[in-house]
Design a binder for this molecule. Structure first.
Ligand code: M6R
Length: 357
């Protein structure tokens, strides 16, 4: 039930810090180490390449998951849109493992890939919020999100839960491979949970930005580099899905290869900068669009901030920044939709789970 909330979406945004804590609890043993189904670990260790298959927001979470599995666990990963993969399968490696990411576990596009790769005899792991779902039953292994029911069509807490579980999975493999980790993973996730809570406590700030940037615009651009590029894709999906503003997430460096032609006086451009290695260059991209009349806003992180930044997020581990930079993006989308009188929880033309191909 919605309780005191007007919309499930806002309730679910607010639940995120607790979902992260629940995930820590569920994946922690009595000695505070990571606890994971040993069969999942073995399947990951046997594989020479992971194929992540998903749609929409779950696909966007998969892009972040690829970073974790490659950077922490040292296994190559490809991320594919389910509906594309099913008719245009790439050349597979010798020992592929498929990971299906799906909040509902019922997405038909993903299921059709699962059926095909099972026919080929490949192993599959489903990461889902619904353990008895089709994708969970038909895969060899399941990892649960423990996010609680997600009712709003726009996915919020499932996205952050997917990223947290993918992080735990990557760390578990790294530990099994005796790779050196210079951080305490569950402690870092605990910090993320507290920071998320501080962000959801600052709603007025995001409501103000949403009003200023999205009240009467037809389009909006989000830009980022590296992992921030993955988060801006999710930010754009959230905004277009519930506010009907035409929104796109772009790689900062790609703008000058075409997209910058769309910038006019007053076009909203929101940039995320949480990564040291691209902090300088993404700021350059913001200047390029500002010089062409864009209305710009930078969301950065403690340690990389400049005085003019609109939002400075508290510091978290560099790998985990998507978990916190997405929260303001979800709130911006929520308030944009609210102020444009859109049906926040049930946007037009969309269903919560897409059970047709
Ligand atoms: O249940 P799934 O995670 O498989 O759903 C995939 C997409 O349909 C879903 O994430 C969709 O993009 C959301 N409405 C986005 O907010």
């Amino acid at each position: 039930e919605k309780g005191t909330y007007d919309h499930f979406m806002l309730k679910e945004i607010d639940e995120q810090p607790f979902v992260i804590r629940k995930i820590i609890q569920e994946y922690q043993d009595e000695n505070d180490n990571i606890k994971l189904d040993p069969a999942v670990r073995q399947a990951m260790m046997r594989s020479d390449r992971i194929y992540i298959i998903a749609a929409g927001t779950s696909y966007n979470a998969g892009l972040v998951g690829k970073q974790f599995i490659e950077k922490i666990a040292d296994i190559p990963v490809e991320v594919h849109i389910a509906s594309e993969f099913s008719y245009n399968m790439p050349l597979l490696s010798k020992k592929p493992l498929f990971i299906f990411i799906s909040q509902s576990g019922e997405t038909a596009d993903s299921r059709s890939v699962l059926v095909r790769i099972k026919d080929l005899g490949h192993p599959a792991l489903t990461i889902t919020n619904v353990p008895g779902s089709t994708l969970s039953r038909e895969a060899d292994y399941t990892l649960r999100l423990h996010a609680g029911p997600e009712i709003a069509v726009a996915s919020t807490k499932a996205y952050t839960a997917q990223i947290a579980v993918l992080f735990i999975l990557a760390v578990d493999i790294a530990q099994a491979k005796k790779l050196n980790l210079d951080f305490d993973p569950l402690q870092e996730l605990g910090i993320v949970s507290s920071v998320m809570e501080s962000l959801t406590d600052q709603k007025e700030e995001y409501e103000k930005i949403a009003k200023e940037f999205f009240t009467d615009t037809r389009n909006a651009f989000f830009i980022g580099r590296g992992v921030d590029y993955f988060v801006v894709q999710e930010a754009a999906l959230k905004l277009k899905e519930i506010s009907y503003i035409q929104a796109e997430g772009f790689a900062g460096g790609e703008l000058k290869h075409g997209t910058i032609a769309l910038i006019e006086e007053g076009t909203p451009v929101i940039a995320i900068s949480t990564q040291e290695n691209v902090n300088y260059s993404i700021r350059g991209n913001v200047q390029e669009v500002a010089a062409r009349g864009a209305k710009t806003c930078i969301l950065s992180i403690k340690g990389l901030e400049q005085d003019s930044d609109t939002v400075v997020l508290p510091h978290v581990h560099e790998l985990l920044t998507p978990l916190i930079s997405v929260v303001p993006m979800q709130l911006l989308a929520y308030y944009a939709a609210l102020h444009r009188d859109c049906d926040v929880d049930k946007p037009r033309n969309l269903a919560k789970s897409v059970t047709v191909e």
